[in-house]
Design a protein. Structure first.
Length: 242
């Protein structure tokens, strides 16, 4: 079964499972706040939410924009799962928010249809590990190309490769907590088995740093989450040179 179809099957219980993950929503908001703080003062900012899923990251972006005083932002969420996008669209959104079904590799074509010119920023939470490894450099370049000069991207994901303790903690949490909970709430445990494996196979922080540098992005800064996700969940911000 295709990955997007697995996410479709998990969509109805996805928000419930994230509520049971201590720190999940706070980490999304922290990434959104860090991105918004770097936007400068565009009169009506345009942002991408790549891999937006059920819209939780979209909500984090809007809350961060509102807290920073931005008025009427344009936010475009992109995701490959129709089921997850159904969940997102069912929530209440202000004018200027829209959702598009597409894979990240199609970003240039989607951008040509959906926005007028380059964006001020992009958030991609839990996206890159779902992109085939041989296509990740191209996706990073595509994100760069859709940013205005001086625009920023924030990437948030689990990175444990090459780190013994974070890898062990991640495996224990997945098999002792996440997968049993997914079974109890009928949340399609198969997607969470994929989650466990995809994180083990995901880029290390050094690998992703190198991809960002190859794409010509600068001012790269890293942070990690608190609590059990410390050293496991990372957020990296990078800028397209002015």
């Amino acid at each position: 079964m295709q990955l997007a179809e697995q996410f479709d099957r998990a969509a109805g219980r996805y928000d419930l499972l994230t509520r049971l993950n201590p720190g999940y929503h706070g980490a999304l908001r922290s990434a959104a706040d860090a991105l918004v703080a770097r936007l400068g003062t565009p009169s009506r900012p345009t942002l991408w939410d790549l891999g937006c899923g059920s819209g939780l990251s979209t909500r984090a972006l809007l809350d961060a924009l509102a807290a920073a005083g931005f008025d009427r932002p344009r936010v475009v969420g992109l995701d490959a799962s129709a089921g997850m996008l159904d969940q997102a669209r069912a929530k209440g959104w202000p004018q200027g928010v829209s959702f598009v079904e597409a894979v990240a590799q199609d970003l240039p074509e989607v951008a040509a249809r959906e926005v007028d010119g380059p964006a001020d920023g992009a958030l991609a939470a839990y996206l890159m590990r779902n992109v085939p490894q041989d296509q990740r450099d191209a996706v990073v370049r595509a994100i760069r190309d859709q940013l205005r000069p001086g625009g920023w991207v924030a990437l948030q994901d689990y990175h444990v490769k090459g780190e013994a303790v974070p890898t062990a903690i991640w495996t224990v949490v997945c098999w002792a907590v996440v997968l049993p909970l997914a079974a109890v709430v009928r949340g399609n445990p198969a997607i969470y088995r994929y989650l466990w494996r995809s994180v083990l196979d995901n880029d290390s922080t050094a690998d992703l740093q190198a991809r960002l540098e190859r794409a010509g992005l600068t001012d790269i800064t890293w942070s990690t989450a608190r609590g059990w996700q410390r050293g496991i969940l990372h957020t990296v911000l990078a800028r397209r040179p002015a």
